[in-house]
Design a protein around this ligand. Structure first.
Ligand code: 5AD
Length: 345
């Protein structure tokens, strides 16, 4: 398949579905890697993510944090704990702090704004710059988004989860796709670097749905996009459903790179978890069509720096996370990235 043919298929959801279904996807991976190198270079950006509260008022039926899950011990870190964790991450070399939580009304904009201001008063070692702050706390009103931006929030992540409005409604008794996309447009208008994303392998999702997901990212257009496989959580209504396919997820990321050449595309945590399972199953490497985890378009890694006492309770999907050692973990990541021929930042 030549480049002209690849690009002509990117124009519609059906065309994208036909790419995702290719027997041999390697021409698309090659093109995604070329575009990645041309537009964002060999740098892999490391982000430190602090999951500071797992309290959530929503009922998203795939997510372990949904309010119906009564088995989950709920926590909210204090302002001091969050800022201390952020300061350690910045001292270790992270230039971006991601503040993520469930969607809850107990977090006032003033409190979160103060946390952001504290973090923005830190300095990245070897520079005179403050770290960038990304917020990922769900749907808020315009006034709140504006306030947080004025306090220093640079970026906002709000995944649309699925671009199929009916599937969206089945998965979210608590909201609509329209409202979600409305938030993304508001964030963009307010001047945030805006990120969205979706899950691959949701029950009843078709390849055309993934095509629509990718076109939605391009229509915003997003500066960041997190694309990860669905992982079934036994404590949710989607218990026992099959997990998303890591290979299909990587294909979706590669197409995102073609549609959004300058975007920051993380290798999502969920993808690395399933890829590890793949690895232990067949021992062939991190992927199937790709050997290098940075060869399909991704250029960002988000690393949890959430303190151990809270990490286990931030159980969106079941996973075993190793203990957090902020400085050592960062060094290990830098070594891994360098070994793959990329430049960690
Ligand atoms: N599997 C994979 N990803 C999930 N998320 C929530 N639940 C799951 C799951 N079961 C993702 C959603 C959400 C982000 C915080 O985690 O995309 O936006």
């Amino acid at each position: 398949m030549d480049r002209t043919e690849i690009y002509s298929r990117l124009k519609s959801a059906e065309g994208i579905a036909s790419l995702l279904a290719l027997e041999d996807f390697s021409p698309v991976y090659r093109e995604a890697d070329r575009v990645r190198k041309e537009h964002v270079g060999d740098t892999v950006h490391l982000r430190a993510i602090i999951e500071f509260s797992n309290i959530c008022k929503r009922q998203c039926i795939y997510c372990g944090l949904n309010r119906e899950n009564k088995d989950l011990p709920r926590f909210r870190m204090s302002r001091e704990e969050i800022v201390k964790t952020a300061a350690e991450a910045v001292a270790a070399g992270y230039r971006t702090i991601v503040l993520q939580s469930g969607e809850e009304d107990g977090i006032s904009k003033e409190w979160l704004g103060a946390v952001i201001e504290d973090i923005k008063s830190l300095t990245v070692p070897g520079t005179e710059a403050a770290p960038a702050v990304t917020v990922s706390c769900g749907e808020k009103d315009e006034e709140t988004y504006r306030y947080l931006h004025e306090r220093g929030a640079d970026r906002y992540l709000l995944k649309h989860e699925t671009a199929d409005p009916e599937l969206y409604n089945r998965l979210h008794p608590c909201g609509t796709l329209e409202s979600r996309v409305g938030c993304l447009r508001t964030l963009k208008r307010l001047g945030y670097e805006t990120g969205s994303g979706f899950m691959v392998g949701l029950p009843e999702q078709s390849l055309e749905t993934i095509g629509s997901d990718l076109l939605l990212l391009a229509s915003i257009p997003c500066k960041m996009a997190g694309i990860g496989p669905f992982i079934s959580n036994p404590k949710t209504p989607l218990a026992g459903k099959p997990n998303g396919d890591p290979e299909l997820t990587r294909r979706a990321v590669a197409i995102a790179r073609l549609l959004l050449p300058d975007a920051n595309l993380p290798l999502t945590t969920a993808l690395s978890i399933l890829s590890h399972e793949e690895l232990s199953k067949d021992g062939t490497g991190i992927g199937h069509d790709v050997e290098n985890p940075f060869e399909f378009g991704a250029n960002v890694i988000m690393k949890k720096v959430t303190p151990d006492e809270y990490k286990a309770a931030y159980e969106i999907y079941p996973a075993q996370f190793a203990e957090t050692h902020i400085l050592q973990d960062r060094k290990d990541l830098e070594r891994m990235i360098t070994a793959y021929g990329r430049r960690p930042l």
